[in-house]
Design a binder for this molecule. Structure first.
Ligand code: SAH
Length: 354
C-alpha cells in the first residue's frame, strides 16, 4: 500500500506524451494512454467513474494511482456583461478565483496560480493578505476543467491570483498540458502569462521555446513610483527589468505587453506618460496596455482616473510612437472589490487602439 501511495500522480499533472511511459513503468498497457486522453480531454470527465469506455477494474486502478483532483465550484457570480467569476475550492479548503469572459470571437479564462500572493502590490486585492500557498499543476488545470462546463475556452490569461514566475514549474506544466495537442489544445498564442517582473522567470521562459504571450506589469515610469506601488521593484529595479525584457524580445522574437494600471494622482500625469514612453522604447517590440485602476477596499485612497486622463495618457504614448491600447475592466458588478481579476483581454472592449 505504501508503495502505491508513493506512486500516486494526479492525472491532470501528466502531460499527454508522458502517459505511455508512466503506464508501462507500472506494468499497465500502453494502448490505454489514448483512451485515457480521450476520456480526460475529449469527454472532459471530472471523475474516473464517468470514463465508461474503460473497463471497471482499470478505472479502479486509475482512481487509485492517478486521481482526478477534487474541487468544488463554491460560488458563481455573474455580471451584466456576461462575465462569470467562479470560486474554486480544493480538498484542503483553500479557494481561488477564475473568471470567464465571453466576447464576440473568443471565450477567455483568467486563471490563478497561487492562493493569495507574496508580491504585495499596493493596489492588488489578492496580495493584501499575503501568500497562503502555491497551486500544483493539477489545481491550475482543474480551473480550466471547471470552466469547460460553461463553454469552449479559446484563450487563457494567467492574470488571476498569484505570481506565475514565483510558481514557475507548476504553472508551466499546467500551461503545457492545456496547450498540448492531445490535451485541451488551446493554442500557445492564445495563452498569456502575466508577471509583476520576477526577472529569473524571463530567462527560463525564453529557453522553453514556446509561443506563449508575455505581459509585464509595469505600472510606473520610474523606480521611485514603482517601488511604492510594487515591492518587487526593490529586488529587480526597472533598469534591470527593462534590460531583461529587451533580451527576452531579442532572443524569442516575441512581443512583450506592458500593463500600466493608471492610478489617479499617482502615476497619471503627462510627465509620467512621457517618461514611460522613454522607458518602453528601450524594449524592442513592446506594447502598452493602459488600464484604469479597479477600486479596492483595502486602499480607499487609490482612485480611478477619469476618462480624460486616460485619453491624455494614451495620446502622449501614441505620439511618442508606442503601440498602446486602452482597456476597460469587465465584470465589475460581479465583485466590485476585486481588482485582481480585471477582465480586460477582450477585443470588443477596447475603446481605442493604436
Ligand atoms: N502577478 C501577475 C499576474 C496577476 S495580476 C502580475 O502581476 O502580472 C494581473 C494584473 O492585474 C497585474 O497587471 C496587476 O498589477 C493588475 N491589478 C491588480 N490589482 C489591480 C487593480 N486594483 N486595478 C487594476 N489592475 C490591477
Amino acid at each position: 500500500m505504501v508503495y502505491y501511495t508513493a506512486m500516486k500522480k494526479p492525472a491532470w499533472s501528466i502531460l499527454p506524451d508522458e502517459w505511455k511511459p508512466i503506464l508501462t513503468d507500472r506494468g499497465l498497457r500502453a494502448f490505454r494512454a489514448d483512451q485515457i486522453l480521450q476520456s480526460l480531454y475529449r469527454d472532459m470527465i471530472l471523475d474516473w467513474d464517468s470514463a465508461t469506455t474503460l473497463p471497471k477494474d482499470f478505472r479502479e486502478t486509475l482512481k487509485e494511482e492517478f486521481p482526478l483532483t477534487k474541487f468544488e465550484v463554491t460560488a458563481v457570480s455573474e455580471s451584466a456583461d456576461g462575465t462569470k467569476k467562479l470560486l474554486i475550492t480544493f480538498a484542503d479548503g483553500e479557494s481561488v478565483e477564475t473568471v470567464l469572459i465571453p466576447a464576440r470571437d473568443r471565450f477567455t479564462q483568467c486563471i490563478s496560480t497561487q492562493v493569495g500572493c507574496a508580491m504585495g502590490c499596493a493596489f492588488c486585492a489578492s496580495g493584501a493578505n499575503g501568500l497562503v500557498r502555491s497551486l500544483k499543476a493539477d489545481e491550475i488545470v482543474a480551473q480550466y476543467m471547471a470552466a469547460r462546463a460553461y463553454g469552449d475556452i479559446t484563450n487563457i490569461v494567467v492574470m488571476g491570483m498569484g505570481e506565475p514566475f514565483m510558481n514557475y514549474d507548476e504553472t508551466m506544466r499546467a500551461l503545457k498540458l492545456i496547450n498540448a495537442g492531445k490535451g485541451p489544445n488551446v493554442g500557445a498564442r492564445h495563452i498569456t502569462i502575466s508577471t509583476c517582473g520576477v526577472v529569473p522567470g524571463f530567462e527560463k521562459l525564453s529557453q522553453e521555446g514556446l509561443q506563449f504571450e508575455l505581459s509585464v506589469s509595469l505600472h510606473a515610469p520610474n523606480n521611485e513610483i514603482r517601488s511604492t506601488l510594487m515591492p518587487v521593484n526593490r529586488s529587480w529595479p526597472m533598469e534591470e527589468l527593462l534590460e531583461t525584457c529587451a533580451r527576452y524580445t531579442k532572443a524569442t522574437k516575441r512581443i512583450i505587453t506592458f500593463e500600466y494600471t493608471v492610478v489617479a494622482g499617482i502615476n497619471d500625469s503627462r510627465a509620467n506618460a512621457e517618461e514611460l514612453a522613454r522607458q518602453v522604447r528601450r524594449v524592442p517590440m513592446a506594447k502598452v496596455n493602459l488600464i484604469p485602476l479597479s477600486p479596492v477596499s483595502h486602499r480607499p485612497d487609490f482612485k480611478t482616473p477619469d476618462e480624460q486622463t486616460m485619453l491624455m495618457f494614451l495620446d502622449v504614448l501614441m505620439k511618442n510612437g508606442i503601440q498602446t491600447m486602452l482597456r476597460r475592466s469587465r465584470g465589475k458588478d460581479a465583485d466590485a472589490a476585486c481588482g485582481q481579476l480585471r477582465l480586460r483581454r477582450i477585443r470588443q472592449d477596447d475603446s481605442t487602439c493604436a
